[in-house]
Design a protein around this ligand. Structure first.
Ligand code: GCU
Length: 580
């Protein structure tokens, strides 16, 4: 699936704006045929989570319905028309004019539905979406099987989930109509690049999947070079182009190319798509992570897609501001913890030379889920869907298949090992990892990682109130992981909560001084180990969580507030990473 695009043959129409909204707590909407339309209880903005748009929706974790009408242009009669959702959180059913046109499971990756069969050109059409945001112990990520369940996350929170962030609901990313000249159209594009820096040469291979294929060929143009290939009986065309003296994508010089893909039929071009990509190498060599053959040290953060009122909703000013603040602190990278983000984040990073560790929504997994073949199937598909969507971004330098799986048995290890293998089978060009949090002995899956990623909170969860002992403890943990697995280590999370405006002398927990001091001490401890390839502070900004006695309104481990105002730690990190 490719993102909607406007070009000389394709048109898009954004359906963002105010949609009619109604909760369906009693789940009567389908039997009452709300798919034909319904009386709304209010209007809500799309993109955006529903939780913080109205007080009565803040703690609503159930089914709700959205509807939006649009006029279909008369000329769309003979065109291909589909609707693309950047994501719907968590599960969706989509109707057009009462006809079911699609369903989707999972709240962090896109999907699209073909509309032409039930579209009425020249008239008003009604798009209805049922959104299921109920928290479910068999979803990915999961709710707790019951409150206070052992080994199902480490916060007894309300709502009761196994992870430490808020289970928003809604339509948090853009909804876009894509109109193509014909039903037959370019559906997927897989870009594989092989850069040979020594030979100053690159090979670009495209695999193009055609929907409703009767076409004869695909023409690929990359600047002055072009090549074409026939579409085979299964609707696939494979085409290669060689580039001499390639412009290499790098942190300081984010060079991008456009692959211009044209679908040819009877000598006529019936579809076109411009797919951006970059040429760079990323590899693990001994105890180093190397970008274009040079050691690179990842300085940055774990983040969330989270902002007041927006919830998980995409906001381009927020994307701009977060990247501005990343650069202000001297960061070069972040992890999309703990789920795939909106594509606009990766596109911005591509254009500005920021490195991304792309993570799946497998967070808070535990033994009862590892034992389920159905869950394993869903998890493997989430890995492959994430790679399909994001493989062409040069900013994505690593896949993280899970965060803090609560492994207690070989089943858990096997589950994570299978996810790592899936990521590699889908994309052999990038290192793979998962983020470990508890003891060495149950992280045997680290043997299958290219980079071992570790979360550890010395001076916070371990040795609270004692930065010195906590930092020594952190050092010992890093040493043990390295000596056990013999791989480069990413310190993927460390830090402390700081309530904005709280200060103390000497520094004590929950003050800005304590957070800044712990981060400074642990950056130094990590950087003193030559096999540590990065330090990602947890977290970039404060973020919304469920209610819990361990969360004073929200998680305060951000170095910026939820509104993106700097705490003392932000200034301290800027000084450490930029000497300013
Ligand atoms: C964990 C987890 C984060 C969580 C953090 C914390 O390591 O990965 O999602 O927010 O700890 O407790 O603040």
């Amino acid at each position: 699936m490719i993102k909607p695009q406007s070009n000389h043959l394709r048109q898009t129409q954004l359906l963002d704006g105010f949609w009619t909204f109604r909760r369906d707590a009693d789940r009567i909407g389908e039997e009452q045929n709300w798919n034909l339309g319904f009386a709304g209880e209010c209007e809500l903005a799309v993109p955006g989570s529903w939780n913080e748009q109205r007080s009565e929706l803040e703690q609503y974790f159930g089914i709700a319905w959205y509807s939006k009408s649009f006029i279909a242009h008369q000329s769309w009669q003979e065109h291909g028309v589909s609707v693309h959702f950047g994501s719907v959180q968590n599960h969706a059913k989509v109707w057009l004019n009462g006809t079911l046109v699609g369903t989707h499971e999972g709240g962090t990756l896109p999907f699209q539905c073909d509309l032409s069969a039930s579209l009425v050109p020249g008239q008003e059409n009604l798009l209805v979406v049922q959104v299921d945001a109920s928290i479910n112990p068999w979803d990915l990520p999961p709710a707790r099987i019951q409150a206070n369940a052992k080994n199902e996350g480490f916060h007894n929170s309300n709502p009761s989930v196994t992870y430490d962030f808020f289970p928003f609901g809604g339509i948090p990313r853009p909804v876009t109509l894509q109109i193509t000249p014909e039903w037959e159209r370019i559906d997927k594009i897989r870009v594989e690049t092989a850069l040979d820096r020594e030979a100053n040469h690159a090979k670009v291979s495209l695999t193009v999947s055609i929907k409703n294929s009767t076409a004869t060929s695909v023409l690929l143009r990359i600047e002055n070079d072009s090549a074409s290939a026939a579409v085979d009986a299964s609707g696939i065309a494979r085409v290669n182009i060689e580039i001499s003296s390639p412009r290499i994508w790098d942190i300081g010089s984010p060079e991008l190319y456009l692959a211009e893909v044209s679908l040819q039929k009877d000598g006529k071009t019936i579809d076109h798509y411009s797919q951006s990509f970059g040429l760079r190498t990323i590899e693990v060599v001994g105890n180093s992570l190397r970008l274009n053959g040079r050691d690179v040290f990842l300085r940055g953060y774990g983040k969330h897609e989270d902002f007041p009122v927006l919830g998980r909703g995409l906001s381009l000013p927020l994307v701009a501001r977060d990247f501005d603040l990343l650069a202000w602190t001297g960061a070069n990278s972040f992890r999309t913890s703990h789920y795939p983000y909106a594509e606009e984040w990766y596109e911005f990073a591509d254009r500005h030379g920021i490195l991304i560790i792309a993570e799946t929504p497998m967070v808070g997994l535990c033994e009862r889920l590892f034992a389920s073949e159905e869950i394993k199937g869903k998890a493997l598909k989430l890995v492959s869907d994430m790679v399909e969507r994001d493989h062409h971004h040069p900013s994505v330098i690593m896949w993280s298949v899970a965060n803090e799986p609560w492994i207690e048995s070989q089943k858990g290890t096997d589950f994570i090992t299978a996810l790592l293998a899936e990521a590699r089978s889908q994309d052999s060009s990038r290192p793979v990892t998962y983020v470990a949090h508890n003891g060495i002995e149950i992280n045997a899956a680290c043997h299958d990682c290219d980079i071992v990623s570790v979360n550890r909170y010395g001076g916070w969860y371990d040795y609270p109130g004692d930065i010195e002992t906590g930092t020594q403890y952190l050092g010992k943990v890093l040493d043990k992981f390295h000596s056990t697995f013999g791989k480069p280590i990413l310190l993927a999370e460390f830090g402390a909560d700081a309530i904005p405006g709280e200060h103390s002398l000497p520094a004590i927990m929950f003050t800005e001084e304590y957070q800044a001091d712990i981060i400074e001490a642990q950056i130094a401890a990590a950087e003193s180990r030559e096999w540590v390839i990065g330090t990602h502070v947890w977290a970039f900004s404060d973020f919304k969580t469920g209610q819990s006695i361990t969360r004073a309104v929200r998680n305060h481990k951000g170095i910026f507030t939820r509104e993106r105002l700097p705490k003392m730690a932000a200034h301290r990190i800027r000084q450490i990473w930029t000497n300013k």
